[in-house]
Design a protein around this ligand. Structure first.
Ligand code: ADP
Length: 454
């Protein structure tokens, strides 16, 4: 048991954790960089400590500073949010070693799932269907690589075992490019993830990205909370998410959900987690597991009524899951638009001072954001500044509420992608639902051409 949580993150997710902790009657400690003293969660927390300069390396990615802050304030538990140290097994292990609680799975579960080759092996053992590909990590010898490539078939995708954030992936269409592509991906993987191991998968041509949210407690109980469709992507990064996943039979979702919770039991998983799948021609193929709360968790919260962050904290306190699978119900539809501080045309980050902040409201609208007028968006971190979530009794109402919300929303002083979302929500493919992961990039390519012609 603990009564004080240190929030090892910033921005909207830090505020989200602050809210969940307060709701549970817990005290909070905010840690912040020199660029983040004005963030709302810093003001709301019971205590706040500056842990270093603006650079993430020197602050939010510095385990020792964070541990020191916990020691100084008497916080007994650490919530890592997403990004930064959330999936760093060494950090989780250090927290465990110092007798504090890491609000998440065990360090060994994080380590296992953080290595995508090991994660896929664990999933095969648990009978979760995976994207066909190499058995494990690729060997060094070129002839061996070519042999495995021929087995997997072209096009294929070479991926970094330690990869994340859409980086460390390379599509290979012909055998002639394979050996060089593997070498390049290895170099990139070593540089970005300090792990040169790479593997191969069949490159699916028109899949959707559909993921299953799970919660598991310390006592072998696990539940699944439905599916999210995150197929609207740019550079393998999610832009818009929704739940439930349109046009997929509820029984198919239930079947894969059951597989996921069974896998949780087999690997001894604890906390919130997401099983990511590609879905093509009626089949699910596991790609990876995220061992943390995800940016898009609110859409699941809206349709199930479960507070995922509060549940994470309760699980970490050793409280058994109070919800049975039979009690989980799915009502209505929810959509989330990620609002980024970025140029609408070239997607370059757009830091600067927000001069106007007019968030939308009304029935079914939720805004998770740390913005306020006068806030200076620093250039040092991820460009996500707000999440607009629209809930409706069905998809049509959720879409209509989202359109209204985005037409009301005003952010001035920085560039944002609000305009892009407004346009995207008008597209027939998006209105119909069930589009694949290439939809947005294809539309953007067309938009650039149309822009160049004008
Ligand atoms: P990351 O951890 O970097 O997010 P993922 O393995 O989750 O990497 O993949 C991110 C995205 O890349 C997927 O949502 C999908 O768009 C694309 N992708 C990954 N693997 C494949 C594959 N085998 N075939 C087609 N697309 C893929």
């Amino acid at each position: 048991m603990f009564d004080t949580i240190l929030i090892a993150n910033r921005g909207e997710i830090a505020l989200r954790i602050q809210r969940a902790a307060s709701h549970l009657g817990l005290k909070t400690v905010a840690v912040f960089s020199e660029a983040d003293a004005t963030l709302p969660h810093v003001k709301l927390a019971d205590e706040a400590i500056c842990i270093g300069p603006a650079s993430a390396q020197a602050s939010y990615l510095n385990p020792h500073e964070i541990l020191m802050a916990a020691r100084l304030t008497g916080a007994q538990a650490i919530h890592p949010g997403y990004g930064f140290l959330a999936e760093n097994a060494d950090f989780a292990e250090m927290i465990e070693r110092h007798g504090l609680t890491f609000i998440g799975p065990t360090s060994s579960a994080i380590r296992c799932m953080g290595d995508k080759v090991r994660a896929k092996q664990a999933m095969r053992m648990a009978c979760v269907p995976c994207v066909p590909g190499s058995e494990g990590e690729l060997p060094e010898a070129a002839d061996e690589i070519l042999r495995i490539g021929a087995q997997v078939g072209y096009p294929l995708i070479v991926k970094a075992a330690g990869g994340g954030g859409g980086k460390g992936m390379r599509v290979v269409t012909t055998e002639a490019d394979l050996v060089e592509s593997v070498a390049l991906t290895r170099q990139e993987a070593q540089r970005s993830f300090n792990n040169a191991a790479v593997y191969m998968e069949r490159f699916l041509q028109h899949p959707r990205h559909v993921e299953i949210q799970v919660l598991a407690d310390n006592y072998g109980k696990a539940i699944w909370l439905g599916a999210r469709d995150c197929s609207l992507q740019r550079r393998h990064q999610k832009v818009l998410e929704e739940s439930p996943a349109p046009k997929i039979d509820a029984r198919a979702i239930a079947a894969i959900g059951e597989r996921c919770v069974e896998a949780c039991r087999q690997i001894g998983y604890r906390g919130a987690g997401t099983f990511e799948f590609l879905y093509e021609d009626g089949e699910f193929f596991f790609i990876e597991m995220n061992t943390r709360v995800q940016v898009e968790h609110p859409v699941t919260e809206m349709v199930t009524g479960v507070d995922i962050v509060a549940e994470q904290i309760r699980i970490a306190m050793g409280i058994p899951l109070s919800i049975d699978q039979e009690d989980v119900t799915f009502t209505g539809h929810a959509i989330e638009c990620r609002i980024n501080a970025e140029n609408a045309w070239n997607f370059m980050p757009s830091p600067g001072t927000v001069t106007t902040w007019l968030p939308p409201g009304g029935p079914g609208i939720r805004v998770d954001s740390h913005l306020f007028a006068g806030y200076a968006v620093p250039p040092n971190y991820d460009s996500l500044v707000a999440k607009v979530i629209a809930y409706g009794k069905d998809r049509e109402q959720a879409m209509s509420r989202m359109r209204q919300a985005l037409s009301e929303m005003v952010i001035e002083g920085i560039d944002t992608n609000i305009g892009l979302h407004r346009e995207v929500l008008k597209l027939d493919g998006v209105v119909d639902g069930g589009f694949n992961i290439h939809f947005l990039e294809q539309w953007l390519a067309g938009r650039s051409q149309r822009g160049a012609q004008q």
